[in-house]
Design a protein around this ligand. Structure first.
Ligand SMILES: [Zn+2]
Length: 267
């Protein structure tokens, strides 16, 4: 597995395989001091991306089963996911989407999500979760399964946030969120020690181009402005949060070892 020393900023949710040139994006991220969690949408894509990226430093490929893909994924894909899980060091993107874009597959989504959450390994490695239009359902299930997940690009009501925080969850913030009006109500509700960064690139835009992982470094500036702290303080805070996530947040689970510095069981 790639080394991810915690002085680096971490893009905890990036669709690296959706860029024209993923390796060039990784190089740019590297020069900007950013490490990348490359989420995938299904177990097949996970395997392809892992093969393609090999043992490159600064990137971790996450095993995913995207809720918006639930309609065209089936039991064989779920089985494949569960078989690959022991070798994955991150999980994502998984979750629920009950917006009009995906509500038709609600039953299939719930079946897959619940099967995945029942796996004990999800309590020992970081998990990045999609919850659009299904925030309460997603948070309730994660809390019941005792999985301190990262809620990626949270756009839901403020009500369920307290439950998520009580269950130890994190919120990953992207540049589009910081530029949105929602940030004004959402950010004050989130303790500084529960914030992580993401781009969700290339599906977010910065000025008129797709966001890239390297933009995480600039995101610190806007985050610091919203928090009304110095950039250095914001940078240190995020790094401490990353460190806690990678090394400490799973302390409730005695069999956890630091996944970011251990050997990759699968090579
Ligand atoms: Zn995503």
């Amino acid at each position: 597995m790639s080394e991810m020393p915690v002085q680096w900023l971490l893009d905890t949710h990036c669709h690296l395989d959706a860029y024209d040139d993923p390796l060039a994006e990784l190089d740019r991220a590297h020069h900007a001091g950013v490490h990348v969690v490359a989420v995938t949408e299904d177990p097949g894509r996970y395997r392809i991306l892992r093969t393609r990226l090999g043992r490159r430093p600064g990137v971790e490929v996450a095993l995913g089963y995207h809720p918006m893909r639930a309609a065209d994924l089936g039991p064989a894909d779920l089985l494949r996911f569960l078989r690959l899980l022991p070798q994955a060091n991150w999980v994502g993107e998984i979750g629920l989407d009950f917006s009009r874009h995906a509500i038709a597959s609600k039953t299939a989504q719930l079946r897959a999500f619940e099967a995945i959450l029942a796996e004990p390994r999800l309590r020992t490695i970081p998990v990045t979760v999609h919850s659009r239009g299904a925030e309460r359902d997603t948070i309730t299930r994660l809390a019941q399964a005792r999985i301190p997940a990262i809620l990626h690009w949270y756009t839901g009501p403020l009500g369920p946030i307290d439950d998520a925080l009580a269950a130890g969850m994190y919120f990953s913030i992207n540049p589009a969120m910081l530029a949105s009006r929602k940030a004004a109500t959402l950010l004050p509700r989130l303790p500084l020690d529960r914030i992580l960064l993401e781009t969700d690139g290339p599906y977010t835009r910065l000025r008129s181009r797709p966001t890239t992982p390297a933009d995480i470094a600039a995101t610190i500036g806007s985050l610091a402005a919203k928090w009304q702290v110095s950039e250095q303080y914001a940078h240190t805070t995020i790094r401490e949060n990353q460190q806690r996530l990678l090394g400490g947040v799973k302390s409730g689970c005695p069999d956890h070892d630091n996944q970011f510095h251990g050997p990759n069981p699968s090579g």
